[in-house]
Design a protein around this ligand. Structure first.
Ligand SMILES: [Zn+2]
Length: 273
């Protein structure tokens, strides 16, 4: 939830750009992989930057979000290039009354046809989270961090408890930033209704979830960059775990007792250890 003064459109585009370029730096967005969206529930002026207006049908009706605006990365655009020319890569959708359709605002510079094919998953989570928490701002990132995705191919890491007890043991900050641990969704076809439904469910209880053999989705109701941080915390944990596997598992990691002491010290309610 954000308080006034709310960020301007240009500030939001800049933060999407910075998040996109950082995700590329941490090897979480090769080529055109990954996508970013934000949902804002305050009025925002779009026409100056995005003067081309058409209408689109939304992937699902979202009547309570009438008047809300989404900024969404375009299909096939590179996250690392948003920062250079945001209007070429980002579309805006303002939800119409009734919530079945939206005004689709784009720029003359746009270099995509449609918004990301994962927009159905983004919209479903924005809808679920804004309705359940009442937040006026919500950011989502889908990225493909290499080591987290690799670990999701190894059967024993496909168990959520095993996954979290192994990944969250390498740095004290990890449990503080991800006290609910990392959610795990078994492989579902990209863009499918099955992935969409599992993703909504998993993000109710987690700030970041793994889509097995594909990537992750992270959320924040504070900023796009906070969502990107969550991808990075989870991927850093996976880097340690991967390093430990490569080194013949000689690292001992923080013990469950040490992690519980950290949580007591920082007043963190955690459910993993
Ligand atoms: Zn993907």
């Amino acid at each position: 939830m954000l308080q006034e003064p709310y960020p301007e459109l240009d500030d939001l585009l800049e933060m999407m750009g910075e998040a996109g370029s950082h995700l590329a730096e941490i090897e979480a967005s090769e080529g055109a992989a990954g996508n970013i969206s934000v949902c804002m529930r305050w009025p925002i002026e779009l026409r100056t930057r995005f003067p081309v207006v058409t209408e689109i049908e939304l992937p699902q009706p979202v009547p309570e979000l009438a008047g809300a605006t989404f900024l969404v990365s375009g299909s096939g655009r590179r996250l690392r290039e948003i920062i250079d020319e945001p209007a070429a890569s980002i579309a805006c959708i303002m939800v119409d009354q009734g919530g079945h359709t939206g005004k689709y605002y784009t720029s003359y510079q746009r270099r995509y046809e449609r918004v990301t094919s994962e927009f159905n998953s983004h919209l479903a989570v924005h809808y679920d989270q804004t309705l359940s928490s009442g937040t006026n701002f919500h950011a989502l990132i889908h990225a493909q961090p290499m080591r987290l995705t690799y670990l999701s191919h190894i059967p024993r890491y496909q168990n959520e408890q095993f996954l979290n007890q192994h990944l969250l043991r390498w740095q004290p900050e990890t449990i503080v930033n991800l006290p609910e641990g990392i959610g795990f969704i078994p492989f579902r076809l990209p863009s499918s209704p099955e992935l969409m439904a599992a993703n909504v469910e998993a993000l109710r209880n987690h700030r970041v979830v793994i889509w097995a053999k594909h990537g992750v989705m992270a959320r924040s109701d504070v900023s796009v960059k906070r969502a990107a941080d969550r991808v990075e915390y989870a991927e850093t944990a996976a880097k340690y775990e991967y390093l430990n596997l490569c080194a013949g598992e000689i690292g001992e990691g923080l013990s469950a007792d040490e992690i519980r002491q950290i949580c007591n010290m920082f007043d963190v309610q955690q459910t993993v250890f």
